[in-house]
Design a protein around this ligand. Structure first.
Ligand code: WQD
Length: 339
C-alpha cells in the first residue's frame, strides 16, 4: 500500500513518513522544498532503513499534480501536510496563503475524486476554535471567525473537504485538528528546522539555550490564568505522527462512521508558558534566559484538547509527557548545533 505524504520533508510530515514506514506502508513524498531540504530524506532513511520515493514538485502546478496521479495509480491514500503555516506572514500575504493552502487542496481532491476509492487525511489545526468558551475543547466547539488568513485556510479547507465528501461517496476523509506540536524524533535524525527567527515557543527556547538567541521574550504574564501566562496543549510530534497512521488505518479498514470525520489531536493537558520553561530547565539542567514583555496580538488565553473522541474512536492517546517532548527538542537542538 503506497501512501502519498505531501509536505513530507517538513516537521510533522517527516515524522509521519517514519511512522508510516514502520507500520509497513510504502511512502512517496511530494515537497517543493520551499521550507525544508531534501536531506531530511537521509534522516528518515537513517531511522527506518528505507528511503521514501521523493518527487520535488509544487502542488500549485495543476498539470504536475495530474501527471503525478496518472503515474501513481497505486497511491490510494494521501496525508496532506503541504501548506504555508506562518500566521504573521499570512496577514501580509493572504493571496499566497489562499492559493497555496486551498488551491492545492482543490487539485488534490479533484484527482482523488476520480479514483474508485480514496483515503485522505487533512492537517488541520486547533486554531479553528479561536478562543473557545469551554476548556478542554471538544470537536463540537464552535468554529470561530479566523484571526488570520492562515487560520481561515484551515477552516475553509475543512469545509472544502466536507462538501466534496458529501457528493463523493468513495472519498473517505479525516481532518486532524492539531494542538501544539513540539519535540523531535528520539533518534535525533529528524526534528524541527524553523527558517529564520522561530515564531513558536519551543524552538525559541532551545535556540536561546544553545546561545543562538539572546533571551526568550515571554509574551505577557497578565492573562487570567494561574501564573498569568497563556496555556496551550503541547503534544510530542511522534505522538502526533502516530495519530495520522491510526486515522489512515481507520479509513483503509472501513471503520469510519462517516466519510468525513474530525478529531482533536492533543495531550488533553494544558501547560502555561512558564510551565514549559520550567520543564525545559528540568530536563536540560540549564536555567533559561527570559524576560516578560507585552502580549502578542492574536494570542488566545487558553487552548487544550478534549481527546475523548480520538481516544475512543481511534484508540489513540498521546504517550509522551511535556518533559519527554522538551528533552527531545533539546537533544535535537544540541545535535544540529554540534553541542
Ligand atoms: C505558544 C505560546 C505565545 C513564542 C501556533 C499557530 C498554530 C499552530 C501552532 C500551525 C503563546 C508564547 C511564543 C515566544 C512566547 N501552528 N510565546 N514567546 O501561537 O499557540 O500556535 O503554532 O498549525 O496555528 O498559531 O504557538 O508556539 O507561537 O505560542 O511567549 O517567543 O508561547 O504567546 O502563548 P501558538 P506558539
Amino acid at each position: 500500500m503506497k501512501i502519498l505524504v505531501t509536505g513530507g520533508l517538513g516537521f510533522i510530515g517527516s515524522h509521519t513518513a517514519v511512522e508510516l514506514q514502520q507500520a509497513g506502508f510504502e511512502v512517496v513524498i511530494i515537497d517543493n522544498c520551499s521550507n525544508a531540504s531534501e536531506s531530511v530524506l537521509d534522516g528518515i532513511e537513517g531511522i527506518t532503513g528505507k528511503r521514501p520515493e521523493f518527487v520535488k514538485m509544487d502542488l500549485r502546478d495543476k498539470a504536475a499534480v495530474e501527471d503525478f496521479f496518472s503515474q501513481h495509480p497505486e497511491v490510494d491514500g494521501v496525508i496532506h501536510f503541504a501548506a504555508s503555516k506562518a500566521v504573521g506572514e499570512s496577514v501580509e500575504k493572504p493571496l499566497l496563503y489562499y492559493e497555496n493552502n486551498l488551491g492545492t487542496l482543490v487539485y488534490l481532491l479533484g484527482q482523488l475524486s476520480t479514483r474508485p476509492k480514496a483515503h485522505f487525511i487533512f492537517s488541520s489545526s486547533c486554531t479553528v476554535y479561536g478562543q473557545a468558551e469551554k476548556m478542554p475543547i471538544t470537536e463540537d466547539a464552535p468554529v470561530q471567525p479566523a484571526e488570520s488568513p492562515y487560520g481561515n485556510t484551515k477552516q475553509v479547507g475543512e469545509e472544502i473537504i466536507r462538501d466534496t465528501c458529501k457528493v463523493t461517496e468513495h472519498l473517505q476523509a479525516i481532518a486532524l485538528r492539531y494542538f501544539n506540536p513540539i519535540g523531535a524524533h528520539p533518534s535525533t535524525e529528524i526534528g524541527e528546522l524553523p527558517l529564520g527567527v522561530p515564531q513558536n515557543l519551543v524552538p525559541f527556547i532551545t535556540q536561546t539555550a544553545a546561545g543562538i538567541r539572546k533571551e526568550l521574550s515571554v509574551f505577557g504574564d497578565d492573562y487570567p490564568t494561574p501564573d498569568g501566562t497563556c496555556i496551550r496543549d503541547y503534544i510530542h510530534v511522534v505522538d502526533l505522527a502516530r495519530a495520522h497512521v491510526v486515522a489512515l488505518q481507520r479509513l483503509l479498514e472501513g471503520k469510519n462512521k462517516a466519510n468525513y470525520e474530525v478529531f482533536n489531536i492533543g495531550t488533553g493537558t494544558g501547560s502555561s508558558v512558564l510551565e514549559v520553561i520550567r520543564s525545559f530547565e528540568r530536563v536540560s539542567g540549564k536555567p533559561l534566559n527570559y524576560k516578560i514583555v507585552g502580549r502578542r496580538a492574536g494570542d488566545v488565553i487558553s487552548a487544550y484538547a478534549d481527546t475523548m473522541h480520538a481516544n475512543q474512536e481511534l484508540g489513540w492517546k498521546a504517550e509522551s509527557t511535556l518533559d519527554d517532548a522538551m528533552r527531545s527538542a533539546w537533544d535535537w537542538e544540541k545535535k544540529i548545533r554540534g553541542l
